[in-house]
Design a protein around this ligand. Structure first.
Ligand SMILES: Cc1cc2nc3c(=O)[nH]c(=O)nc-3n(C[C@H](O)[C@H](O)[C@H](O)COP(=O)(O)OP(=O)(O)OC[C@H]3O[C@@H](n4cnc5c(N)ncnc54)[C@H](O)[C@@H]3O)c2cc1C
Length: 502
């Protein structure tokens, strides 16, 4: 016989978003709450995150170029202001003498030439955003950054000090949140939700992997990169936005030689990823991150290629003494990525079903604001963020095809040089190969707007991936043009180029 239990609000997903939401609701006394999610959090993004509390450090020329980009950036700024209060709350209940959850107070963004022109463009965009928004910063001599001793040929010649942008220890924040919500009476259900159940024209609850059911009239899907399958079929009206998994790899090492880092030190975003960075975790431990490659599904493992790339970058671009680090943890997690790169936040078309995902690279940082916003909406109050990210929305278009092709080329070049691939031609020749590759993809797809460079890289890496993107667009009501309907015409498909993406 299957057991049935009833709750006021069910949250599917025990990552940063699910836990911050549970805490917000419990603090408001919003009734009985359960958070469903396996304790191990395998492939979850939050347990693998840095977790830098950065907004200016994340800026690229895309950030402030369009209204949706600005809205997304300002969401991060608003979340940033909430963190001092969050940390006071979480730490007020810790044992006396506990280590602070905030492990770094500030960040340095270094501009080196290990990548490509993209780094310079992003560095300039960061500086411009700091000016436009009045963010505190100072240009400093990179040689003076504690712990920063790159190989001579990989050293930075410019660096920005961002005093407001540090980092927290993601795993200890998760543990502190869990401890607090359990004290507040929230129930943690150490299981996977198999399906969302609809009942009487609205949401009715969830079915768990063991066959039992949890009932509630309000259900929140916050299952990160695994949210898509739970929403498919129940969200009604239009299918939900296709989501992908931005697999990231990071390491935690114990320092054995040389002076430690005292701040976050990072490059600008580059090569489809959040840039190379180190986060000092305290007690001699340093987090080194992070790679990013888009996949159809979350994966718990990592390719040797990514391991080699990250370790080489860290040893050469951050500190040569990292070669002696004792590796204590391998962290793999999947960032929730949507087809248009913007989050999905708000009520779905099925009454009572709320969606909270698609945060991609800075969801840990944004979680307190997104939780407060979701709690308001669940209580029938005014929302705190722009409604443009509602899950029932169409794709947000921010790029022309031409713009998207050039952006893809820039990311590929950055990845090419950072991985130290040998070049037997000019940079312009290499750019031409990537440009032809992306152009072939777009003409096959027949789309009249552009996608993010990371999704193009995913699409051009195999025919199956390209078809998946096309299917996702179709399912979301976008009919790619004639080129897509008839294939490439030449039969070679979108991935015929000799060079695979980044
Ligand atoms: C390597 C890496 C570095 C990052 N660095 C940063 C950073 O520096 N700063 C920052 O702000 N962000 C960073 N991010 C991004 C950030 O981690 C994410 O945006 C954010 O954590 C997403 O949180 P979430 O709760 O939506 O998803 P997740 O953390 O993925 O949580 C989803 C949870 O749902 C559970 N789940 C999945 N399926 C089910 C199911 N069927 N039933 C029940 N539970 C389920 C999973 O086990 C998981 O624990 C990084 C991500 C990665 C991978």
């Amino acid at each position: 016989m299957t057991s049935v239990r009833q709750w006021d609000i069910l949250i599917i997903g025990n990552g940063a978003l699910g836990l911050f939401l549970a805490e917000e609701l419990a603090t408001r006394g919003a009734g009985s709450i359960a958070v469903v999610g396996p304790r191990g959090r395998a492939s979850g993004a939050s347990q693998a995150a840095g977790a830098m509390l950065g907004s200016f450090g994340e800026v690229t020329p895309e950030t402030l170029r369009t209204a949706p980009g600005r809205a997304r950036f300002e969401l991060g700024r608003a979340a940033h202001r909430m963190w001092p209060g969050v940390l006071r709350r979480l730490e007020s209940e810790g044992a006396p003498g506990h280590r602070p959850l905030r492990v770094a107070q500030d960040s340095y963004v270094v501009l080196n030439t290990s990548g490509s022109y993209l780094d310079s463009a992003n560095f300039a965009a960061i500086t411009a955003a700091l000016g436009a928004y009045g963010g505190p910063f100072e240009e400093v001599d990179p040689a003076g950054i504690a712990g920063y001793r790159p190989r001579a040929d990989q050293r930075a010649l410019r660096a920005l000090h961002l005093p407001g942008e540090g980092a927290v220890d993601a795993r200890r924040v998760i543990a502190a949140l869990e401890a607090r919500i359990v004290r507040q009476g929230v129930t943690l259900v150490d299981q996977e939700a198999e399906a969302v159940i609809a009942a009487d024209g609205g949401v009715g609850g969830v079915r768990l992997a063991d066959g039992s059911r949890l009932e509630a009239e309000r259900v929140v899907v916050a299952a990160g990169a695994r949210s898509g399958p739970l929403l498919r079929g129940v969200a009604q009206a239009a299918d939900p936005m296709p989501t992908f998994a931005g697999r990231g790899f990071a390491l935690v090492g114990r320092r054995m030689a040389g002076p430690p880092f005292e701040s976050v030190v990072r490059t600008p975003n580059r090569a489809f990823a959040c840039g190379l960075h180190v986060v000092p975790l305290g007690e001699g431990r340093e987090y080194l991150g992070a790679t990013n490659s888009v996949a159809a599904e979350p994966l718990n493992s990592v390719q040797m290629n990514d391991v080699h790339f990250l370790t080489q970058c860290a040893m050469q671009q951050l500190d040569e003494e990292i070669t002696h680090h004792e590796i204590e943890e391998w962290r793999v997690g999947s960032r929730p990525v949507t087809l248009d790169g913007f989050p999905l936040i708000g009520w779905s078309a099925l009454p009572g079903l709320y969606v909270l995902t698609g945060t991609y690279r800075d969801g840990f940082h944004c979680a307190p604001l997104l939780a407060a916003n979701a709690a308001n909406e669940l209580e029938g109050k005014e929302r705190l963020i722009d409604g443009m990210f509602a899950p029932s929305r169409g794709l947000i278009h921010t790029r022309t095809v031409e713009h998207a092709i050039e952006e893809y080329v820039e990311h590929c070049l950055a990845g090419w040089f950072e991985s130290q691939a040998a070049l037997h031609g000019t940079t312009g020749w290499l750019a031409g190969i990537y440009r032809r590759q992306a152009t072939a993809f777009y003409s096959w797809l027949g789309l009249d707007f552009g996608l993010g460079p990371d999704l193009v890289a995913y699409a051009v890496s195999s025919r199956q991936n390209a078809r998946e993107i096309r299917r996702g667009l179709r399912e979301h009501g976008i009919q790619p043009g004639a080129g897509a309907a008839s294939g490439s015409g030449s039969g070679s498909g979108p991935v015929s180029s000799a060079v695979a993406g980044g």
